[in-house]
Design a protein around this ligand. Structure first.
Ligand code: GTP
Ligand code: MG
Length: 273
């Protein structure tokens, strides 16, 4: 016979959580969930109409977690349906297609929509975010590289995974990390554990790397006006070198950014008397 003590212990061990999926239409949100829950891939595009709901049970350490998954439609048309479902989420899957830059650029506006709909409840520190760079199997059409995606995610304290719903790459690892972080957060009184938030690099470093990646020429990269003097170029270079030197900066993409800055300085100095 089950004792009260056993029941109490079992209650403590089981946990119910709510997760949602976000991202542009057709990036693969439903397929990622299907790959994990049903171990299969559907090549034909079947747009989610409003919301799909499902429940799955997972085991994290000694706890059984009942996960309620709300798979959102990405199409703007379904905004009115989606907005009801943001509240009370403990986990968010943010998905983009590595072959579509606009789906990556849209991640900020997805976070914006979420914050707006959650209103005063919008405490983003009490939610675990996982960014899925999806469709990595389609290597030839890839336009958003790993460094760029990882930097966006990790500079916000989010997890980053490269996934393919088609091949299954990264899917189980991603969900395991996702559920285990949600469990850690629940056991930590609803706060994301500090170790995940501190990523070892600063926002200034992340923003600078992003700015360097998007710069249009060498002047722009060094942050000086076209026609700047040698002295101005060298001063700007020194500042960036201190910020991004690979010995000091562990942010994803810092090495490439540092090399780009060195090259930009060399090419500018060649042409300045
Ligand atoms: P909405 O429900 O409209 O928001 O779209 P969604 O993000 O749920 O996209 P869905 O999962 O329906 O997938 C869209 C299309 O991309 C489908 O044709 C899938 O077969 C395809 N797809 C999804 N994931 C992958 C992947 O990892 N690799 C490849 N090659 N195709 C994928
Ligand atoms: Mg869908």
């Amino acid at each position: 016979m089950e004792t009260t003590a056993t029941k109490r212990r079992d209650n403590k061990k089981s946990l119910r959580v709510k997760v949602i999926s976000l991202g542009n239409a057709e990036v693969g949100k439903s397929c990622i969930i299907k790959r994990y829950c049903e171990k299969r891939f559907v090549p034909k595009y079947l747009a989610t109409i409003g919301i799909d709901y499902g429940v799955t049970k997972v085991q994290v350490r000694d706890r059984e977690i009942k996960v309620n998954i709300f798979d959102m439609a990405g199409h703007p048309f379904f905004y009115e349906v989606r907005n009801e479902f943001y509240k009370d989420s403990q986990g968010v899957l943010l998905v983009y297609d590595v072959g579509l830059k606009e789906s990556f650029d849209a991640l900020d506006s997805w976070l914006g929509e979420m914050k707006q709909e959650m209103g005063s409840q919008a405490n983003m520190d009490s939610i675990v975010f996982v960014v899925c760079a999806n469709k990595v199997d389609l290597t030839k059409r890839r336009v958003v590289d790993e460094g760029e995606g990882r930097l966006w995610a990790e500079s916000r304290g989010f997890h980053y995974f490269e996934t393919s719903a088609q091949s299954g790459e990264g899917i189980n690892e991603m969900f395991q990390a996702f559920f285990s972080s949600i469990t850690d957060m629940c056991e930590n009184g609803g706060k994301r554990p500090v170790s995940e938030v501190s990523v070892g690099f600063t926002k200034e470093q992340a923003d600078t790397i992003r700015r360097i990646r998007n710069s249009k020429d060498s002047w722009d990269m060094l942050g000086v006006k076209p026609g700047a003097t040698r002295e101005e170029v060298n001063k700007a270079y020194r500042k960036l070198a201190v910020l991004l030197h690979p010995d000091k900066c562990v942010a994803p993409g810092s090495e490439d950014a540092f090399k780009a800055v060195v090259n930009a300085r060399t090419s500018l100095l060649k042409n300045i008397k």
